[in-house]
Design a protein around this ligand. Structure first.
Ligand code: GDP
Length: 474
């Protein structure tokens, strides 16, 4: 009947075409059940193989999850033999936080994918500044690293990936692989060659039972470059430019508290608009970048591309009364000056098109703060609200914007990244994909030779629009 086909459509919308598992209790994570009502259905369906891998992963996570028999046994074994390789029933990837929330989220998605292709269970080290942000992503289990995790304290010496590479140079790699290892993929000034995208090192890493990851990067392109992962990844993601869109919507469900803020803001300011415009304004060097330059850039971009209307300078009251449409503009920025200026501007004169423009800025935190749960809650809810826009303008190089564009499946207009009292033409450029940019992609092959064109390492890589040293999959 019609009824049952409608019912099954709602069911498949709710579960994002099979991306999400069924069986969750609604009250524990309301956003998981309601978010589909707030967003257009994504035109990108997850592949059957991705769905199969996710369900398989959820089983593994339950089997090896925190304080299960398998987990307890593995930890005991690792405590005894952390410096030499030991076969364990379960393997783990522990994610640790560095930098801002946008960086953390794109990196967690990459870490999860790494876990998926290497059969590792992902556990995340959340301090109080991240505990209340998200729902548990994996059915009937937790991804939060427990307080009594035995490798939490920094007194124990844990071998590093870099050190293993050094030791392994030139001689046989046997015997150098520890069972617990730090994998630091942070950007450093001399950026040693990591060879993370190379099979010979992935073979070594495969022998490590517990990897502790420290990175703030979206290193998914590295995984595609690795020959032994490549076939599997292409099967999971036949559309290679839509990976974060799937993984992000799978992993990051706003907690009930976050969802309360998001849904109330949405209902109050965005729901009735004919069109929703998200503006994300990140000023990286505010002390050297006058806000007037940023506003100039923003208007040059949005007016030129007709994302926002010009003012009607001749009249004080609009002559157009029929078919008036409402555009809601949501501004995310640390500084209140951007929302205030736009609001004042659109109240001062009618628009040339007759459109009504409402401008809303949920917060202005002034500067980036660390170890602050309220601050992170604002950041997370704003990234999510931006992702609910119809049109998105973001700032080049900002991972905060990457999360919004990825969750929303939106190709953003990338504002040029101003860092001084100058302007730039063109003011913005449209991105060719919704994927985050990997800022520190390898520029050498597995023999260590520098390569001129990244696509000679992997044909589906392209330079990012906002950062020519960075890479994206296409
Ligand atoms: P990126 O530095 O732009 O790549 O983004 P990150 O998210 O990694 O770090 C910036 C951090 O500064 C965010 O996580 C927030 O804590 C804060 N922040 C920056 N811009 C905004 C904003 O528009 N709104 C809010 N609420 N916080 C912001």
């Amino acid at each position: 009947t019609n009824d049952s086909s409608q019912h099954s459509r709602i069911h498949s919308d709710k579960l994002l075409d099979g991306l999400l598992a069924s069986g969750y209790e609604e009250e524990s994570c309301i956003s998981r059940f309601q978010s589909y009502l707030y967003r257009k259905a994504s035109p990108h369906k997850p592949s059957q193989y991705l769905i199969y891998k996710l369900r398989k992963y959820e089983d593994l996570h339950r089997k090896c999850g925190v304080h299960t028999k398998a987990y307890n046994r593995t930890m005991v074994k690792l405590l005894r033999s952390k410096n030499h390789s030991a076969a364990t029933m379960c393997k783990y990837l522990v994610w640790t936080p560095v930098n801002g929330l946008g960086n953390r989220m794109i990196n967690m998605a990459a870490a999860f994918l790494y876990g998926l292709v290497t059969d590792r269970v992902l556990l995340v080290q959340f301090q109080s500044d991240m505990i209340g942000l998200f729902c548990e992503p994996f059915l009937n289990s937790t991804w939060i690293l427990p307080k009594d995790f035995p490798f939490n304290n920094h007194h124990r010496h844990i071998e590093t990936y870099q050190n293993m590479l050094k030791k392994g140079k030139g001689n046989d790699s046997k015997g150098i692989v520890p069972s617990v290892m730090h994998l630091n993929m942070q950007h450093t000034s001399n950026d040693p060659k990591m060879f993370f995208h190379c099979d010979h090192n992935q073979d070594l890493l495969q022998q490590v039972s517990l990897l502790i990851l420290q990175s703030d990067q979206y290193f998914v392109p590295s995984l595609f470059m690795t020959p032994s992962f490549n076939t599997e990844l292409i099967k999971m993601f036949p559309e290679k430019d839509i990976i974060f869109h799937h993984l992000g919507r799978y992993l990051f469900h706003p907690s009930n508290e976050a969802w309360g803020i998001i849904s109330r803001f949405y209902q109050a300011y965005l729901a009735n608009a004919n069109e929703k415009i998200g503006l994300q304004i990140r000023v990286f060097v505010p002390q050297h970048t006058p806000y007037e330059r940023i506003i100039e850039l923003l208007l040059n971009c949005t007016l030129k591309h007709k994302l926002l209307p010009e003012l009607d300078k001749q009249n004080t009251v609009s002559s157009i009364w029929e078919n008036q449409t409402l555009k809601a503009v949501m501004v995310a920025s640390l500084d209140p000056v951007y929302g205030d200026n736009l609001r004042t501007m659109y109240l001062s004169k009618p628009t040339a098109t007759g459109e009504i423009i409402g401008v809303y800025q949920p917060s202005h935190e002034d500067h980036q703060k660390f170890h602050d749960d309220r601050h992170n809650m604002k950041a997370w809810t704003e990234m999510y609200l931006l992702s609910m826009s119809d049109v998105l303008v973001t700032t080049s190089l900002s991972t905060f914007g990457y999360v919004a564009q990825g969750l929303g499946g939106l190709k953003p207009w990338l504002l040029y990244r101003l860092t001084s009292n100058q302007t730039h033409d063109p003011p913005c450029e449209r991105d060719f994909s919704v994927e985050p940019c990997f800022h520190i992609s390898p520029k050498y092959n597995c023999e260590g030779k520098t390569v001129e064109h990244l696509s000679s390492l992997y044909p589906h890589l392209r330079e990012c629009v906002d950062y020519s040293f960075g890479t994206k999959l296409v």
